[in-house]
Design a protein around this ligand. Structure first.
Ligand code: 5AD
Ligand code: SF4
Length: 447
């Protein structure tokens, strides 16, 4: 994979979703195979990589702000190398804008080009000019032999599919991450097996829409079947997955979650909006009633499951009445937690061209009301856990309190309790004594 580089240091800054976090692990894997070492500070790094997100304008503005800051650093250290990759650079005009506006950037590369990083670095050094490679590879290709350097030894992300075919009208992801393609089950199972052998306890299977896993493939393994297979891998104790699209969440998947002992009782099921006309214009392909019926069906089979969601407020044309439907869904489903977003106009998406864009003040006012409700419900749900004994996978010592451990329940709630570091990576039964809105406090039970 190119020459080994001695004593060079790199720093990766990552914005956006878990898929980006996982891509950064692949970038780290490539760089360490080249002899680079990771550092935390830009000042110490010989190579700085920004792995960017473009799902909302806010994320992009942050990247531009950070890029601006690097100019000075580059002036002080001419040999510093700067690379920008990820979803922002998948849009050609953005990639060109970065190269033009920030000429000190050495490499601009796309999300499918991580395996070529060694070549980009060598080329940039050789030519001294900005290397841009964002061309889409041939349709359907997934590069399998990229090394992955994972951060910690307890939880790991495993991509099961890439891209998205859903074209929700507000969303840029299908344009930047390309068409849906599933990894072969053999590669996924092999990766999970290796993770189990090296001591990882939890895997999260990742995809923009995991429910479409295996569509169009000849071996007839859909996501429910994949979950059952992953459940059979030794060493791994917990399996999570995200994200599920409500339109194609099958009964088989519900049964697989119910039946598989390692699959955690948690589903992230974005509903985005409660009004049927907004859902229709979002191209979500389900109605409010179907969503409510689906969550009922899930809870019938798996009563203690936690359901979390994503919600967008202020989609073009959203009336007060439409918004009340969103609040109504929240009240009825009583989500364990919700990620709430202000609608953000994305260039090239159908929603950008729709009538009735909502003013910032109305969006903010609705978001405030929504947050008030979601936070109240999260707190109420958590309060019912007082006195319960929950299994916690310990992730480590709290950063702020030595002697305090932090971990997660199967339902993905954060738990803090007193304990020794030696419990890190172990499953511990904890009695919840003080449930709060964002996390639960408890005490370990003596076995
Ligand atoms: N504006 C606001 N939120 C968005 N999301 C995706 N695109 C947009 C946008 N243009 C949200 C959706 C999705 C989550 C990952 O980001 O809620 O589920
Ligand atoms: Fe975007 Fe919709 Fe695909 Fe999710 S399912 S990535 S919101 S287009």
């Amino acid at each position: 994979m190119g020459e080994i580089i001695k004593n060079k240091k790199y720093m990766i800054k990552t914005w956006g979703c878990q898929m980006n976090v996982h891509d950064s692990e692949k970038i780290a894997g490539v760089l360490s195979s080249l002899g680079y070492q990771a550092v935390d500070s830009e000042k110490q790094a010989d190579l700085i990589i920004f792995n960017t997100c473009c799902v909302r304008e806010h994320a992009e503005l942050k990247v531009y702000g950070n890029l601006g800051r690097l100019k000075k650093l580059k002036e002080q250290r001419k040999d510093l190398m700067i690379a920008v990759c990820g979803c922002m650079t998948q849009q050609e005009e953005v990639a060109r804008h970065i190269a033009r506006r920030y000429p000190f950037v050495d490499i601009v590369f796309g999300t499918d080009k991580i395996h070529k990083l060694a070549g980009f670095i060598a080329n940039a050094k050789l030519t001294g000019s900005t290397i841009i490679d964002i061309e889409e590879d041939e349709e359907g290709s997934i590069i399998e032999d990229v090394p992955v350097e994972r951060e910690e030894g307890i939880k790991a992300w495993v991509a099961v599919m890439h891209g998205c075919n859903n074209y929700c009208s507000y969303c840029i992801v299908p344009y930047v991450r390309g068409r849906e393609r599933s990894r072969k089950k053999e590669y996924i199972l092999e990766e999970v097996k290796r993770l189990g052998q090296s001591g990882y306890k939890e895997v999260t299977l990742l995809g923009q829409n995991v429910n479409s896993y295996g569509k169009g493939s000849s071996d007839r393994v859909d996501f429910a079947a994949l979950l059952r297979k992953v459940n059979g891998v030794d060493g791994i104790e917990r399996i999570r997955f995200m994200t599920s699209h409500p339109k194609d969440l099958s009964d088989e998947l519900i049964y697989a979650i119910r039946d598989c002992d390692k699959v955690c009782e948690h589903i992230h099921l974005p509903f985005q909006a409660g009004s049927n006309s907004i859902l229709h214009r979002m191209n979500r392909k389900y109605t409010k009633e179907q969503y409510l019926e689906l969550t009922d069906r899930i809870r019938e089979e798996i009563p203690d499951i936690s359901i979390t969601t994503d919600i967008i407020v202020g989609f073009p044309g959203e009336s007060e009445e439409d918004f009340l439907h969103t609040l109504d869904v929240v009240e009825r489903v009583r989500f364990d937690s919700a990620f709430t977003f202000l609608y953000s106009k994305r260039s090239g998406t159908p929603a950008e061209r729709m009538e009735g864009h909502i003013s910032d003040s109305v969006k903010h006012e609705r978001l405030k009301r929504l947050l008030y409700l979601t936070e109240r419900i999260t707190a109420e749900n958590n309060s019912t856990l007082r006195g319960e004994v929950l299994e916690v996978l310990v992730e480590g010592v709290s950063k702020t309190h030595s002697g305090r451990l932090t971990g997660r329940t199967r339902t993905n709630k954060i738990v803090h309790f007193e304990g020794h570091d030696s419990l890190t990576g172990k499953l511990v039964n904890v009695r919840i004594t003080d449930p709060q809105s964002w996390s639960l406090f408890g005490e370990a039970l003596n076995e």
